[in-house]
Design a binder for this molecule. Structure first.
Ligand SMILES: *[C@@H]1O[C@H](CO)[C@@H](O)[C@H](O)[C@H]1NC(C)=O
Ligand SMILES: *[C@@H]1O[C@H](CO)[C@@H](O)[C@H](O)[C@H]1NC(C)=O
Ligand SMILES: *[C@@H]1O[C@H](CO)[C@@H](O)[C@H](O)[C@H]1NC(C)=O
Ligand SMILES: *[C@@H]1O[C@H](CO)[C@@H](O)[C@H](O)[C@H]1NC(C)=O
Ligand SMILES: *[C@@H]1O[C@H](CO)[C@@H](O)[C@H](O)[C@H]1NC(C)=O
Ligand SMILES: *[C@@H]1O[C@H](CO)[C@@H](O)[C@H](O)[C@H]1NC(C)=O
Ligand SMILES: *[C@@H]1O[C@H](CO)[C@@H](O)[C@H](O)[C@H]1NC(C)=O
Ligand SMILES: *[C@@H]1O[C@H](CO)[C@@H](O)[C@H](O)[C@H]1NC(C)=O
Ligand SMILES: *[C@@H]1O[C@H](CO)[C@@H](O)[C@H](O)[C@H]1NC(C)=O
Ligand SMILES: *[C@@H]1O[C@H](CO)[C@@H](O)[C@H](O)[C@H]1NC(C)=O
Length: 478
């Protein structure tokens, strides 16, 4: 049974006038059905599901090899200048259909460099871009405005290895070439508190549009692997990401204050979160006010050694909404799916659907916490309460799970409309299956039986489960 929410009053009106008799029947059916059932689905028509839209990757009319700029692929010679010069040269092709920079097999050591618009960076099979292990080869840049400071240390941060700043139409791809950050030195500096600035990432796009990252392997990032921030139309497809256990806070993909993002057919195994959606930090994120929205994640294999396979937050002050995740495989992980926030964040995490999930050997299958992370400084507003609402988790099967779920909301702003549906978890511990506080939800066909807070069907017959309409279905049939 489905209840429709129309986006605009006018469409409701015209529909009403056109289909009066049908609507009367629908209404009658609704009135009949409501008292008989516990769950009402709220269906919201999602924006075009981002992974259904496949950009056509036209070959670029011009191509140069990094060899033409004097690069040496011996793994020892520093090639930063070769990359910078090649990109500078290729800038002149932007208005001639763009160009490709070809990186042949070899080990290409480099410090940070920038990309340019209408560019394809192509890494041949056997091509490995190696990040320099000298901190000075990763220059210092200003903090992001939505964070106000570096994530790890106050002040600036090291520039990422490969950067796109205010670009349009960029493809980073290959025939399974590799980008290896050689991050072990950064992990050591982080652990021994010898960093002077926050760690860099492997690939970062800032304020850019129409970005594709595909067919590559990412290894040993100093911190994040791929960080699109303030971006639109980002496709990440068919990549592998690996950072070893114990690599501190290494994260795979981090869509951050970005919209229309597709992550598809990726395999990610990292020290901390495999995929983390973010949108800025406390007062800085609230003021910047750019959400992460219209995100589609499908067919991903995730492992997180010490964090969560799929995380929302904890930096979410610009809001996170309209996220569809389907066909998710999570294995050997600390936590499966986690929603993280805290008082002072403001913002919201809402309108999230996660469906068709398989979990194996996971400590905590689901977690939602309102007590996560620290503040950028003392100027945060403790009354800026985050909202966690309209979250649906459905069609989940799990084996060797220690804790089914931990949902600890915020007293002044409880987590609401959490819907659990068709979930079956083989939980190994015999003590507690679910922990709940300050949370209100609905569940159907959930095993083991959730805490009463997540089973309001007992007391309330009008609880709502959020879901998206299929992109083509304007009207659901009753
Ligand atoms: C890279 O781009 C940044 C702007 O984001 C600029 O400040 C910097 O000078 C550029 N570096 C090079 C080598 O072009
Ligand atoms: C995925 O990438 C590999 C190379 O890494 C390539 O051989 C394969 O064809 C790609 N598959 C798809 C579906 O793009
Ligand atoms: C891609 O490269 C990685 C690392 O070099 C390798 O482990 C993996 O098997 C390769 N995948 C394909 C599809 O060739
Ligand atoms: C931090 O700064 C100190 C003093 O300038 C320097 O010796 C050290 O190499 C720097 N550490 C890193 C990781 O850049
Ligand atoms: C990935 O590689 C495969 C095989 O070469 C190719 O068919 C596909 O178009 C590539 N996909 C992307 C998104 O680059
Ligand atoms: C991507 O999909 C292809 C089949 O289309 C599969 O062979 C490959 O293993 C997948 N790659 C990843 C990284 O999931
Ligand atoms: C069960 O999962 C835990 C991780 O949560 C793992 O350490 C353990 O080896 C797994 N047990 C089996 C039998 O696979
Ligand atoms: C319940 O979820 C399983 C996968 O975990 C799926 O195979 C099954 O079709 C689902 N049942 C319903 C009624 O949706
Ligand atoms: C909800 O609670 C009722 C009453 O305790 C119980 O019969 C029902 O099985 C519970 N629902 C789920 C999904 O566990
Ligand atoms: C039932 O839940 C709805 C939505 O959460 C709420 O507005 C309503 O007050 C609740 N009714 C009762 C009787 O608890």
């Amino acid at each position: 049974m489905q209840l429709l929410l129309f986006g605009h009053q006018s469409s409701l009106l015209s529909l009403w006038l056109m289909h009066w008799p049908i609507l009367m029947k629908m209404l009658a059916a609704l009135l009949l059905l409501v008292p008989l059932s516990n769950a009402i689905e709220i269906n919201v028509k999602g924006s075009e599901r981002q992974c259904e839209y496949q950009p056509t990757l036209q070959p670029r009319p011009h191509s140069v090899s990094i060899l033409e700029f004097g690069a040496i692929g011996d793994g020892k010679t520093l090639n930063t200048l070769a990359f910078q010069n090649a990109i500078f040269y290729l800038k002149s092709f932007a208005d001639k259909g763009g160009a490709q920079l070809y990186v042949p097999a070899g080990k290409w050591l480099t410090g940070s460099f920038n990309l340019t618009s209408h560019l394809t960076l192509f890494l041949a099979r056997g091509a490995v871009i190696l990040g320099s292990q000298e901190a000075s080869h990763w220059e210092i840049v200003e903090p992001l405005p939505s964070y106000g400071r570096g994530l790890e240390l106050p002040g600036g941060r090291h520039r990422s290895l490969i950067n796109g700043y205010l670009l349009h139409d960029v493809v980073v791809t290959g025939d399974n070439g590799t980008i290896d950050g050689q991050g072990s030195v950064w992990w050591e500096w982080f652990t021994s508190h010898s960093l002077n600035y926050s760690r860099p990432h492997l690939v970062e796009f800032t304020g850019s549009k129409d970005i594709v990252v595909s067919n590559l392997t990412f290894l040993n990032a100093p911190a994040f692997n791929i960080h699109p921030v303030y971006c639109s139309n980002v496709q990440v497809q068919n990549i592998s990401v690996y950072a070893p256990p114990g690599s501190p806070y290494t994260v795979g993909l981090v869509p951050d204050s970005s919209d229309n993002v597709c992550i598809e057919n990726c395999s990610i195994s990292t020290g901390y979160d495999a995929i983390a959606l973010k949108s800025g930090w406390d007062e800085y994120g609230i003021e910047y006010g750019r959400p992460s929205t219209s995100v589609h994640i499908k067919q991903v294999y995730l492992q997180s050694f010490s964090g969560s396979a799929l995380a929302f937050g904890s930096e979410m002050s610009g809001g996170i909404s309209n996220v569809l995740v389907e066909h998710l495989y999570i294995y050997n992980s600390n936590c499966g799916v986690e929603f993280k926030t805290t008082k002072g964040r403001g913002g919201y995490i809402k309108e999230i659907v996660i469906s068709d999930v398989e979990m194996k050997n996971v400590e905590t299958a689901f977690s939602a916490t309102g007590q996560s992370g620290f503040h950028p400084d003392d100027n945060f507003d403790p009354n800026a309460l985050p909202i966690v609402d309209l979250i649906t988790l459905r069609n989940v099967i799990g084996s060797n799970i220690s804790l089914a779920g931990s949902f600890t909301g915020i007293e002044e702003s409880p987590f609401t409309s959490i819907c659990l549906s068709n979930i079956s978890l083989a939980v190994t511990s015999s003590a507690t299956y679910w922990e709940c506080s300050n949370v209100l939800g609905f569940s159907q066909l959930v095993f083991p039986e959730p805490c009463p807070d997540l089973n309001s069907s007992v007391s309330n017959s009008s609880f709502t489960c959020f879901s998206f309409l299929n992109s083509n279905a304007e009207v659901a049939t009753l």
